[in-house]
Design a protein around this ligand. Sequence first.
Ligand SMILES: [Zn+2]
Length: 454
Amino acid sequence: MLSVGLCGALAVAMTAAVAQTTLPAPQTDPQIVAALRQISAQRIQSNIEKLVSFQNRSTLSAQDPAAIASGHGVGAAREWIKSEFERYSHDCGGCLEIKTDSFIQTPADRIPNPTEIANVYAVLKGSNPESSKRIVLVSGHYDSRNSDNLNVTDLAPGANDDASGTAVSLECARVLSQLKFPATIIFLTVAGEEQGLNGSSHFAKMAKSAEWNIEAVLNNDIVGGDRSPQQDTGVVRVFSEGVPMAATDAELQRIRNLGGESDSASRQLARYIGEVGRTYDPGVKPLLTFRLDRYLRGGDHISFNEQGYAAVRFTEFREDYNHQHQNVRTENGVEFGDLLKFVNFDYVASVARLNAATLASLAAAPAPPAKVHLLTTKLENDSTLTWEPPPGDRVASYEVLWRATISPDWEHVQAVGNVTRVTLPISKDNVIFAVRAVDNQNHRSLAVTPLPER
Ligand SMILES: [Zn+2]
């Protein structure tokens, strides 16, 4: 039942019992399905082999012209990544802009001398002037290490950690650059991760100070599917922060008061990835893991979380610590080292498909609704939500999502049409709501939870 609300704003009032629809049947975009088929385990394998061939990609390793020419060290890896991005751009008529975010890191905990760190990235600019201001980003770190984080000479193959994530970023760039999207996609590879997230930290601060509207960061770190017997190649973990690292005191208080501990923007991104995993068939299922990262570990998504961006981490189900951060050696018949032979290239390709499907879905979708509010002017059992259309005119309709407060994922969805206000006969005290925008081809935006408004 549609009705025109105050001030001419469209509104919808659902006074009858709401049909508590379960989430809609997956609707795939044929263009995205076709793109996912282009993702190649063989390509990924050859890219990981190439990265391993640089022998030691420590951020502290040589990067002078002689080292680059010899094909050893982090500088040679960086130049090769650039040349790969340039090749993909050549194949799409120059559609990618290849850039380097380079800086001198002053000495720090694990950086004894001033060291140049360079993040290499490719920008697939959005085709719609307004939407192109929105950015979705995929990242992996191309630096590596062995048992000694300061060692720059012995082998540090880093096949899984993190040539696998770098290969995901590269393969997404190769395949998605063949398509056009309204929003912008950035394919990023960073260095300095093993030294203390230095590369990603610099990039995220640069993005924040330039006011980049990064909607989603997909960090892939250790997605090689290590071939240990206990590995589960059917899933990939997706770690997401619950309470935002960048939350202000007022935001923390609201989260405490209203039970918002599992509704950060990063968590909405994780749920979005869960839905993409059900919609497309990437070959691996996202296993949403509701914590920032694993015990004793961190990763580049944290640099983005610190700047207030939604960012998650993809990591294989079961890590083998003998195959990470280790000198290549055999002790008592046990093999140590992050070697090529432990990487499952089909698994990396599946993770790349899940990433590409997420990037493409988000870049094709409208922006999320703006200023989403839940009216709390009086005590009542109905719930009224309001929002504003995002910039641009790509929204065809909106959907309201909700779930029980104890539920990890959205349970119900109500299509409400192209309106900016809805009243549902559901008590806000009993559920958590969110609103998302939908375009005329059923691409859905990230969901936005409402702020209470009195
Ligand atoms: Zn790593």
